[in-house]
Design a protein around this ligand. Structure first.
Ligand code: GDP
Length: 246
């Protein structure tokens, strides 16, 4: 077992965010996330387009702040709005990023789960969609899991991590946990939430895994730049791997 790279997006930001190189990196990453545009919506996995583009899935319990996080990251007020439309809440919504004529990545907004009023059948359906998506989607490069730090990881969050466990363990799928609505926490509670998340993630971290956690707030913008930089680095690292060796 190895320590999760939980300091990537937290300690680094505290220490170096003011350096010019980091500012440039953040600007570039935020410019890239801003290019996100709606591609398609699918109620079934078979309807998702087959693609070679690296895909980053956004997942989380209903109300964890997923839509707000996507809108904040992409600096677009209503991008993730479709996911909230009645009848669309169980859909997978895909967004394309990069130059219009040469897209380089996809964001997938997956259905929120665990809403208290949801029936057992709906919960089972959710589990199947998630398990299948995480299993069959070969282009999946990373998962961004939104967790409300006042609730911590729920059973369904842990189940989801379990679905994708083998791919997290060998590093083929990366994970970033956003502890959302961080503006609602005082410093002590924020530190405690971060530590608890690190402890949970230590249980699934290996030498090969790439697992991070950061506090995130749409209101104060805490963690937003760092998140964009991490997601951009996932895509860059895959592109570097795909380059033929000269
Ligand atoms: P989703 O169901 O996971 O997509 O959650 P939403 O993005 O709709 O957010 C759920 C609620 O949390 C909404 O009332 C948001 O305004 C609120 N919320 C989301 N992000 C933040 C944040 O960073 N700070 C605060 N204070 N509230 C937030």
């Amino acid at each position: 077992m190895a320590d999760p790279k939980t300091t990537d997006s937290t300690d680094i930001s505290a220490a170096t965010a003011t350096l010019p190189d980091d500012a440039a990196l953040a600007r570039r990453a935020m410019g890239w996330t801003h290019t996100a545009r709606f591609l398609t919506t699918a109620s079934r996995l078979e309807q998702l387009p087959q693609t070679e583009l690296p895909e980053i899935a956004f997942v989380g319990r209903s109300n964890a702040g997923k839509s707000t996080a996507i809108n904040t990251l992409t600096q677009q007020k209503r991008l993730a709005f479709a996911s909230k439309t009645p009848g669309r809440t169980q859909h997978i919504n895909l967004f394309e990023l990069g130059p219009r004529d040469a897209a380089d990545a996809l964001f997938a907004d997956l259905p929120g789960y665990g809403y208290a009023a949801v029936s057992r059948t709906d919960k089972q359906r959710w589990q199947k969609v998630m398990a299948d998506y995480l299993d069959v989607r070969r282009s999946l490069a990373g998962v961004v899991l939104m967790v409300d730090p006042r609730l911590g990881f729920t059973d369904l969050d842990l189940q989801l991590l379990d679905f994708v466990g083998p791919r997290l363990a060998n590093g083929s799928v990366k994970l970033l946990v956003l502890l959302t609505k961080a503006d609602k926490l005082n410093r002590r509670d924020a530190d405690r939430a971060l530590q608890q998340a690190r402890d949970t993630l230590a249980g699934i971290s290996t030498e090969d895994s790439d697992i991070g956690v950061t506090l995130f707030s749409a209101l104060s913008k805490r963690g937003v730049d760092d998140t964009a930089v991490v997601l951009r680095s996932w895509v860059d690292s895959l592109r570097a791997l795909a380059q033929p060796v000269a």
